[in-house]
Design a binder for this molecule. Sequence first.
Ligand code: GLA
Length: 403
Amino acid sequence: MPALEHAREEFRRRFGGEPRAFRAPGRVNLIGGHVDYNEGWVLPIAIDRSCYVLAQRRNDRKLRIHSAHFDQTLDFGPDDPRLSTVHWSSYVRGVAWSLARDGPALPGADLLIESDVPFGAGLSSSAALEVAVGLALLALADRTMDPVALALACQRAENEYVGMRCGIMDQLAACFGRQGCALLIDCRTLAVEPLPIDETRVRIVVADTRMKHALAASEYNQRRSECEEAAARIRQTHPAVRTLRDIAWPELESLSRSWPESIRRRARHITTEIARVHAAVRALRQSDFETLGRLMSESHDSLDADYQVTSPELNIMVAIARELPGFLGARMTGGGFGGSTVSLARAEHAETFASELARRYEAATGRRPDVYICRASDGAAELPQTLFHEQPAAAPRSERSSQ
Ligand code: GLA
């Protein structure tokens, strides 16, 4: 039985009634690591793994939420105090809090959450959850919101309610995903342009190292502060510079000679990465996958040496990928300090590329990774009731090479 049909039965059993269903995908970023909060350009795809929220309106203002993954049900009201630590429900509460700030009070709701975006894998399970919950709460309240505003409301939930100072990439990717396309996002103007990827020639292989370091969130926030410090230093002589987007490395190279080495390296990563994104977009437009792959690999090296957000396991996964037939490029994706890599592989080698990557990583680390060939997918939406009966919650088995 498809997992979503199972979720609906679970919903009936726990809450009674017939829910509506909403879906938002996770993402991998092909290139543009840690560039979004510097207002640069990024190139993610929405993946074929999603968070599903089944929802119905309540007559009071309470939210009653059940997580299938954690097998936990919680109730909370709009005036309940915040939790002192981050919990899976913080993302749901945060979105309700954020949406209530932009409009009339929300009605209460019963929500059942089911997701096949792995947690802590750098595939943006939290943005998928936020956007799916946001869509559900808005729909139950008969409110509409344009997708950019929804993405911003979800980002605010994560920044101000959860305390993770993420950029806007993940939420925009979850909202604007397009089947068969990467998304060129300008993180200053928030313009999104879908760029087709010829999936008959190349495939995107995601590999979860199954390792996430405990300090990932605080290290992430620290990187963001370091970038802000770099921009503030530049502004002393170049007042028009708002973020690192506004300056290129050749100019910054001489300007930053006397800076602390760590700040200089962070700024070098961001400014050279932005140049790589532009080159990658040119390559993608011409279906020049060798160049796109090379730029992805350079991105990884810069995230490792200058931005220092990789991990031994991510480096092992990338090093193994580089040895495999069909390899075009590979890098870590997401915030880093563990999580997943994204590789670009020639389509005809993709199956063996994925299975060999999994086999060799396990041999090298003793840890079984989750490796799968993903498809660029559509963004968040309510599922039509007819689809509801058929939609599998997981990618079709043939698309996966989970070891
Ligand atoms: C996390 C954040 C994003 C982005 C990436 C790094 O996924 O949520 O906003 O900064 O890290 O590119």
